[in-house]
Design a protein around this ligand. Structure first.
Ligand SMILES: Nc1nc2c(ncn2[C@@H]2O[C@H](COP(=O)(O)OP(=O)(O)OP(=O)(O)O)[C@@H](O)[C@H]2O)c(=O)[nH]1
Ligand SMILES: [Mg+2]
Length: 116
């Protein structure tokens, strides 16, 4: 069995961290369900602007990242008409479709569908 001294434990952990893949996660869901609040909770600081007046807040898609995770915060969807068509273009056509055949580091590994 391999023995670890305090020095090579650090070295081994360093190697593991380097080999670790960073997941790309897209958070999506209806307007106002708390997507940006989830991001702030996960990063333990206010990195994403969250709304407080019941109006749609986030626009487009923004990447927040640290050493272990990449999280895409996205604008919320609203049902019907041009707003819905806009959302479908943003999420499906412009974001997901373009990443479908991307190399693993740029692929979307998980979609987190947030509900109120
Ligand atoms: N009660 C309650 N309120 C929450 C929770 N999460 C978020 N909120 C509140 O819901 C409101 C909207 O939160 P956001 O995080 O901006 O929601 P969002 O899904 O990012 O909204 P859009 O960007 O507009 O799509 C804010 O006033 C938050 O404080 C929760 O778990 N419980
Ligand atoms: Mg938001």
């Amino acid at each position: 069995m391999k023995e670890y001294s305090p020095e090579n434990v650090d070295q081994e952990v360093g190697k593991m961290l380097q080999a670790q893949k960073v997941p790309n996660i897209l958070i999506c869901g209806q307007t106002g369900v708390g997507k940006s609040s989830i991001v702030n909770y996960l990063f333990n600081e206010t990195v994403a602007v969250s709304g407080d007046n019941g109006e749609p807040c986030t626009r487009g898609i923004t990447l927040f990242r640290n050493d272990t995770v990449n999280i895409y915060d996205s604008e919320g969807y609203e049902i019907g008409g041009e707003k819905q068509a806009h959302y479908e273009r943003l999420i499906f056509d412009d974001f997901l479709a373009k990443r479908k055949s991307a190399v693993d580091a740029e692929a979307v590994h998980l979609i987190w569908y947030a509900v109120s």
